[in-house]
Design a protein around this ligand. Structure first.
Ligand code: IMP
Ligand code: MG
Length: 182
């Protein structure tokens, strides 16, 4: 624990970020414009589903930039153990409202193997939304068959931390994103 705390302090001080806070904010603004354009002909309101915990900052910044009525809903799932997918999805909390006939936008931090999102999308689809779309801030290229509707950054297959993304629950509150190297 102490080692990781020291590691975090070091990361704040010495490493160059993959994406700075400004770059991330700018990208999210672009994504919000694209999402606004998509819904403009379809609806005035959507249900945005934040996939906790990693998407918390992306979700928050994204919805603040949308020119739509946004109802918030949350899902909390976990599938990672350390820097590897455990291969199983554990649901800790599920949406608190009906999505039947609604426009639903799932907001996720990162698409890696796609296990988490295929699980979430499969069960949300069963609840008969009118439309189901996916926005993800990061996508590791070539690792999943899932094609997100809105993507922020395409990255190589390396483990990243910050802006909500964790390693063993740490580093989520770094305001930028960086590769995690021990
Ligand atoms: P997937 O199920 O393999 O697509 O993994 C998706 C989930 O694993 C994400 O929601 C993240 O919480 C976590 N994850 C995947 N890659 C990374 C990473 O590089 N850094 C931090 N978390 C990650
Ligand atoms: Mg995680």
């Amino acid at each position: 624990m102490d080692d990781l705390k020291v590691g975090k302090r070091r990361i704040r001080e010495i490493t160059k970020s993959l994406h700075s806070e400004e770059e991330i904010r700018c990208k999210i603004k672009e994504m919000a414009e694209e999402i606004d354009r998509y819904y403009s002909q379809l609806t005035d309101r959507i249900i945005a589903v934040c996939v906790l915990k990693g998407a918390i900052h992306f979700f928050s910044e994204l919805v603040l930039n949308l020119n739509l009525d946004v109802l918030y809903s949350f899902i909390h799932v976990s599938s990672y153990s350390g820097t590897r997918s455990s291969g199983r999805v554990k649901v800790n909390y599920w949406i608190d409202r009906s999505v039947r006939d609604e426009y639903v936008l799932v907001v996720e931090d990162i698409l890696d193997t796609g296990l988490t999102l295929s699980y979430i999308l499969k069960y949300l689809r069963k609840l008969s939304p009118k439309d189901l779309k996916l926005a993800t801030l990061y996508r590791k290229v070539g690792k999943s068959d899932i094609e997100p509707d809105f993507v922020g950054f395409n990255i190589e297959d390396k483990f990243i931390i910050g802006y909500g993304l964790d390693y063993e629950e740490l580093y989520r509150n770094l305001p930028y994103v960086n590769y995690f190297e021990r």
